[in-house]
Unconditional design. Structure first.
Length: 149
């Protein structure tokens, strides 16, 4: 099993209820938007900010896992970066961050009844976005392990 498949399968184990995945489908884009919007406040050179550097680094990481997921995430991140540039208000970004994490908490508390996967492995903070993208486009097959409770 490839590294990306191991990550996706492990992440899927913590996200088996549809309600939790829906909460994440709202929360993760809000969190991603807010991080990019806040990083726009850190200009580096010309019109490049820390947001674009983060997009580039995560693209390279995702590319090491799966080129289709990497390209999909690059397009989504570029779109969210453009939205953040258009809105360009840090209070909105901060609000999106808080609301995004509230959705994450609701998903795990109400629907999944477990702790977030990143509590066990911080890499899941990067896997969550590609998990959602994979849920939408089914680039890779995820073999869901049964929960033991």
């Amino acid at each position: 099993m490839s590294r990306v498949d191991r990550f996706l399968n492990d992440y899927a184990y913590y996200h088996q209820s549809r309600g939790n995945v829906v909460c994440h489908a709202v929360g993760i884009p809000l969190i991603t938007y807010s991080i990019l919007a806040l990083l726009l406040l850190l200009p580096l050179k010309n019109s490049v900010t820390a947001a674009e550097v983060l997009i580039g680094i995560t693209f390279l990481y995702y590319l090491s896992l799966d080129y289709r997921l990497a390209i999909g995430m690059l397009l989504l991140a570029a779109f969210l970066d453009l939205v953040a540039r258009a809105v360009h208000q840090w209070p909105i970004a901060l609000g999106a961050l808080i609301v995004g994490w509230i959705f994450q908490g609701i998903g795990h508390t109400v629907y999944e009844k477990n702790s977030p996967a990143f509590f066990r492995n911080l890499i899941h903070l990067l896997i969550g976005p590609i998990f959602l993208l994979n849920e939408l486009f089914h680039f890779r097959s995820v073999a869901l392990a049964a929960k033991t409770e």
